[in-house]
Write a protein that binds this ligand. Structure first.
Ligand SMILES: O=C(O)c1[nH]c(=O)[nH]c(=O)c1Cl
Length: 310
């Protein structure tokens, strides 16, 4: 029971994967994802050195989703490179994702130089959209900086690279970002990261400690924004740049809609956080039932084929 997909020459046994940041910081968590019905996994975004992250409580769920201000807690790049080497040795035919970023521009180049020099064979995701490092803006909301970084990265980086984008809300921003992205040999874009800096209140108080309660919003409440970003980039990007759809996936219908909007792989965050790795099997079953009912044999029968009203 699976719905296979691919990004370039990378084949995945199933089109579902975790959203970076959820259940993927430690090797044991990655092992659980590796053994689940997900077609692959992506690591928690790694920085050069390990980070504690922001004070707890920093992740909470609410009626329609989740809020987090984790602050990039991770075990550091060497930990993930070693873990990925072990997973790859055990499953030579499987493709994995490594997410990376850094907090200063020069260090972004340094971490990618280290990845380039490593034996990692999967896809690398440059996170341009972390909303929770205090004092640091989301890189992808600065078009000039994004262009400068990609230009320099691609002057030395030869592995397959994708970028994790924040949500955009204005056609002119979709246009500007797509023009930048189309200029580079990207393997994919992953839309979207959490909707930055929402505020969840319980009675009279915020629900997370960092940043006076402000944090990235995920889950059911962001699906429509996620679908719009997936489709906007699908409409604008060169077909060689694949799209991973992340955001608001609660059931098979949501997976179907992400693919209909153009996604080749679908990331699951809040639902994974709430339900555990079993969610991948149930989401796959639900997607397969929808495809069967509609007579679709494979993803390519409906990927990107969202109908407009004429
Ligand atoms: O606070 C985080 O660690 C975090 N939280 C998010 O919602 N997205 C990100 O990319 C990151 Cl890096």
């Amino acid at each position: 029971m699976a719905v296979p997909s691919q990004i370039h020459h990378f084949h995945f046994s199933n089109c579902l994967m975790n959203a970076s940041g959820v259940s993927c910081e430690r090797k044991e968590e990655l092992a659980a994802l590796d053994d689940s019905a997900a077609g692959t996994f992506i690591t928690k975004t790694a920085t050069l050195e390990a980070r504690e992250g922001n004070p707890q409580p920093r992740v909470e769920t609410f009626a329609l989703g989740s809020i987090n201000s984790s602050g990039l807690p991770n075990q550091g790049l060497p930990y993930y490179l070693q873990a990925l080497a072990d997973f790859q040795a055990a499953k030579p035919d499987k493709t994995y994702f490594l997410s990376v970023t850094e907090l200063e521009e020069e260090k972004i180049y340094k971490i990618l130089e280290e990845v380039e020099a490593s034996d990692f064979k999967g896809l690398v995701e440059l996170n341009l959209s972390c909303p929770n490092v205090i004092g640091k803006p989301q890189i992808a909301y600065d078009f000039e900086t994004t262009d400068r970084i990609l230009k320099r990265v691609f002057s030395f980086f030869t592995k397959s690279l994708g970028v994790k984008l924040p949500p955009f809300f204005d056609p002119s921003h979709f246009d500007q970002m797509a023009d930048i992205l189309n200029a580079y040999p990207l393997a994919y874009v992953n839309c979207i990261n959490s909707v930055g800096n929402g505020l969840v209140i319980h009675d009279e108080q915020v629900v997370i400690k960092p940043k006076q309660g402000f944090g990235g919003i995920g889950g059911e409440t962001i699906k429509e924004t996620a679908l719009a970003n997936v489709h906007a980039f699908y409409q604008r990007l060169r077909p060689e740049i694949a799209i991973i759809g992340t955001g608001g996936v609660c059931d098979g219908r949501d997976v179907f809609e992400h693919i209909l909007c153009g996604a080749s792989m679908v990331g699951v965050g809040t639902t994974l956080y709430e339900e555990g790795e079993g969610c991948f099997a149930s989401l796959t079953e639900e997607l397969e039932a929808i495809m069967k009912e509609k007579g679709y044999q494979s993803i390519e029968d409906f990927r990107g084929k969202l109908k407009y009203m004429d």
